[in-house]
Design a protein around this ligand. Structure first.
Ligand SMILES: Nc1nc2c(ncn2[C@@H]2O[C@H](COP(=O)(O)OP(=O)(O)OP(=O)(O)O)[C@@H](O)[C@H]2O)c(=O)[nH]1
Ligand SMILES: [Mg+2]
Length: 218
């Protein structure tokens, strides 16, 4: 019975996510779900992305956290519209939470909607939200074993941003090892190595985003 309940919950979530996805497509908004463990650099990547792209793209961010509005404040400070969802304890966002926020947004005004999920390498993987793409942020201090230990997250995402490569040398880690470990879990995953701190590698990420935006305009 427990299994059935769990499947019902996931099926209900998927039905709502499909409605969210249709609304976003209709409005021509490229929606990206950003997932990672806590502190890998999701908000920092978004801050730099907003800073670098806001002259050519209209960006909005839905930020999920268990508590506080700190990330939404950082996003607004960077210059994009932000909506904070506090889950009050839940370890992932779900499609229902996103639907409620979309109801209050003028979607047609945006090119990109980022959804920063709760920092967690397990739970968010099971809950689609209506996004066009799922992006995983893995940072170098977390260790090269994370893809093998948390495979569901790496299999569900199409892109991995390997962040904090400015620290690789000090940590004594080889970025190529991360790429190989990711490839063993998901050979189709596109890996981009970046530093949100220094800006290294961010152009490739911006090109990928622009391609996504263009695909929504066709
Ligand atoms: N050296 C270095 N530090 C970084 C980089 N990106 C982020 N950080 C730092 O990592 C810490 C966490 O960054 P956040 O952007 O808040 O991480 P997050 O994934 O949004 O965290 P949660 O929302 O709590 O899950 C901060 O101290 C950032 O300054 C990077 O590329 N290099
Ligand atoms: Mg954050």
């Amino acid at each position: 019975m427990k299994v059935k309940l769990s499947q019902d919950v996931l099926q209900a979530n998927e039905a709502i996510a499909e409605v969210n996805a249709a609304r976003l497509r209709e409005a021509g908004v490229f929606a990206v779900d950003m997932m990672s463990s806590p502190g890998s650099g999701k908000t920092t990547i978004l801050e730099r992305t907003i800073d670098d792209l806001s002259d050519r793209l209209e960006i909005a961010v839905i930020v999920g956290d268990v508590s506080t509005t700190r990330d939404a404040e950082r996003i607004e400070e960077a210059g994009a519209d932000a909506v904070q969802i506090n889950t009050g304890g839940a370890c992932h966002l779900d499609a229902n939470m996103i639907r409620d926020v979309l109801d209050d947004m003028e979607l047609a005004g945006y090119d990109v909607l980022f959804i920063e999920n709760i920092g967690n390498l397990v739970c968010p993987a099971g809950y689609v939200l209506g996004e066009a793409e799922r992006v995983m942020v893995l940072s170098t201090p977390e260790g090269t074993d994370k893809p093998a230990k948390y495979p569901a997250m790496f299999r569900t995402c199409s892109v991995a941003l390997l962040n904090k490569i400015d620290l690789s040398e000090a940590l004594g880690v080889d970025d190529q090892e991360f790429v190989e470990e990711i490839g063993m879990v998901n050979p189709h995953m596109k890996v981009m190595s970046v530093s949100a701190l220094t800006g290294e590698g961010m152009e490739e990420w911006y090109d990928w985003l622009q391609d996504g935006v263009n695909s929504m305009r066709k």
